[in-house]
Write a protein of this length. Sequence first.
Length: 148
Amino acid sequence: MPGHPIIFAIGDVASFEAGGDERLPALAPVAKQQGTYVGKLLAARIAGRREPGAFRYRDYGTMAVIGRSRAAAQFGRLRLTGFLAWLVWSLIHLMLLVDFRSRLVVYVNWAWAWFTYGRGARLLTGSTTSDARQPPLSDPESGRPDDK
């Protein structure tokens, strides 16, 4: 934050000009790179070392899943669509996970969902069974606590 060297705004709360009037997109890769930069900056300050230069965003590409086994990806001039883009998206996301166990669990979950046509979103609507068993906190007519 200009004029406040100990306050940092990164990710979606930050509006960062990449050059001219162009602003960085509100995407996870931007926030991830900003977080890495701020971490290095703070580590340098604490250790009394020279601070890194100004933040510079590196665009490694953009990917989006657009349906079952379909995606769109752009890496510079290279554009992929359809099943091939979906495979690339899947592999990159698996490789970005921290450890082998996480990769394996996610892969098995994805494979199960793919073969069983499972849905990714789970919506809760209405009350749950545990909510239905709870006694009322107050008498609905008087608004006073139920003393029974």
